[in-house]
Ligand binder design. Structure first.
Ligand code: SIN
Length: 506
């Protein structure tokens, strides 16, 4: 790494870290308000988790739908832990975000009369999910937003740059330092760095989903929450070289695909919420000793899901003739950086959007396709709030302050041993024994996940404890929050019991 120059390299109104759906949209929303933006993206634009997203955006758009119904489904799926105020915002604003994306040039799939085609997914009581290119929604949306970002003169894109540490100054987030030593001074920083599901051995996520934003935020004192709540997607391809973890979208079950055990029997309502379907599959696998169950999509029109069908064919599977071997895989981090209803973290000036954030919206089990909607609804709110704040007077940082900033360590990345440990000890079903083992893991986020999971002595949604198999009603609406002091250092994450507490968010 080149030696940092110890001088501010750029000044901007808003610095956005991460170029997934939430980050790109935040950057565009800020530019629309005539703000200057620096967008920091570690990966080329096409490699974010959003680009991989096969699901769509859930929005109450159908004549037989309403915000109230969407809210009810979100709360039912979330198993008594959904923060109602956040979910109300999501369901009210999602339709408008769909329209805004259309205005920005995203072409969603149409039905035969030219209206939006609405798909059905698990946990939704009506058809409510808009897609683009069938199961290529993430790719289509991210491509279009990336093109707009690239053409927008108010947005400077630092592609290939990595945020190494956030800059805390005068009790707020004042910017960040990149791994090449560039220091960016910003009125506000928006983290859209995605989740941590690639820290588990079997995952649907790209390798970059390592919870880096969570560590960056925590290092400067922002709270994290609900790290025990990791959603396992029921239908990831398993046992096929080169396609391990490939997601077969739930929308395919919405169009009639069915799940079968080794005896050929159906064993679960395929459109139940994800926690229920994943658990049912896991139970069958334990019973049979097999690695996978079969997904029968022979009755589904392959033309509706071209990228899934062609990926399966490339792997030597013909979904029009045979069952696809699937099993649950780590998919989505419901926990993350504690964020209020404007996406602001507990450190003023620092915002978290999309999967890196935890507003409490998803409770203990996210409703399918609420996550892309969340990216847009809450990224827009983050930017509106950040720009409405009176701009803090920028003070020239002292050499000592810059020196401290340049010495902050980069967040650690998990390795194969970490991934195996999380899969084994913090998998679909966990218990105190395995979780205790994780407390000695060298990776600070693994330890934090274990501490949260040990704290939640119950089974709820995605968090199933074999030693506490029941839901504890006294924990309804209560979130596990992880505190840290400023500049405590990622390595010090959760070294003492006092740093965890329970909070109820309204
Ligand atoms: C899927 O299409 O099944 C995944 C989308 C999501 O995670 O909501």
């Amino acid at each position: 790494m080149p030696a940092p120059s110890l001088a501010v390299s750029r000044e901007t109104d808003i610095a956005v870290v991460g170029a997934g759906a939430a980050g790109l949209y935040a950057a565009l929303c800020a530019a629309r308000e005539h703000a200057s933006v620096v967008l920091v993206s570690a990966t080329p634009l096409a490699q974010t988790a959003s680009y991989w997203a096969q699901g769509g955006l859930a929005a109450a758009l159908a004549p037989d739908d309403s915000a109230e119904l969407h809210l009810r489904d979100t709360e039912l799926a979330g198993r008594g832990l959904v923060r109602r105020s956040a979910a109300e915002i999501l369901v009210a604003d999602a339709p408008d975000c769909v329209r805004d994306l259309q205005a920005l040039g995203v072409r969603f799939d149409a039905d035969s009369s030219g209206g939006l085609a609405l798909g059905l997914e698990g946990g939704h009581s009506v058809r409510r999910v808009v897609h683009a290119g069938g199961s290529a929604t993430g790719r289509r949306v991210v491509r279009q937003l990336s093109a707009l970002v690239a053409a927008e003169p108010r947005i400077a894109v630092l592609e290939g740059a990595r945020a190494r540490a956030l800059w805390r100054s005068h009790e707020r987030c004042a910017g960040l330092i990149c791994d090449d030593g560039q220091i960016i001074a910003a009125g506000a920083v928006v983290l859209g760095t995605g989740g941590a599901a690639a820290m588990w051995a079997r995952t649907t996520n790209p390798p970059g989903s390592q919870g880096v934003g969570l560590l960056l935020a925590h290092q400067v004192g922002a709270d994290l929450a609900d790290l025990e709540l990791l959603q396992f997607h029921p239908t990831a391809v398993i046992g096929i070289a080169g396609r391990e973890g490939f997601l077969v979208t739930e929308a395919i079950r919405g169009e009639g695909a069915t799940l079968h055990d080794s005896a050929g029997e159906r064993f679960v309502d395929e459109l139940a919420p994800r926690d229920e379907v994943s658990r049912a599959i896991q139970a069958r696998l334990l019973q049979s000793g097999e690695q996978s169950v079969g997904l029968d999509m022979r009755a589904v029109d392959p033309a509706h899901f071209p990228n899934v069908v062609s990926a399966l064919r490339d792997a030597g599977l013909d979904p029009t003739r045979e069952l696809i071997p699937v099993a649950p895989a780590a998919h989505y981090t419901m926990g993350g950086i504690v964020a209020d209803l404007h996406s602001q973290s507990t450190l003023p000036g620092l915002y978290a959007v999309g999967e890196s954030s935890c507003t409490g919206l998803h409770g203990a089990n996210r409703l399918a396709s609420n996550s892309l909607s969340e990216c847009f609804v809450f990224a827009r709110r983050a930017v509106a709030h950040a720009l409405a704040e009176p701009a803090p007077a920028r003070q020239a940082p002292s050499i000592t302050e810059l020196q401290q900033l340049s010495e902050l360590p980069a967040p650690p990345i998990g390795n194969a041993a970490t991934r195996d440990a999380l899969w084994r000890d913090a998998g679909i079903v966990r218990s105190a024994d395995g979780l205790q083992r994780l407390l000695d893991n060298p990776h600070p986020l693994v330890r934090a996940i274990a501490r949260c999971a040990l704290t939640r002595t119950e089974s709820r949604g995605a968090h199933q404890r074999s030693d506490h198999p029941q839901r504890d009603p006294s924990l309804d609406g209560r979130h596990v929050v992880v505190h840290n002091g400023p500049h405590a250092g990622a390595e010090e994450l959760l070294t003492s019991a006092e740093q965890i507490d329970w909070q109820a968010w309204t």
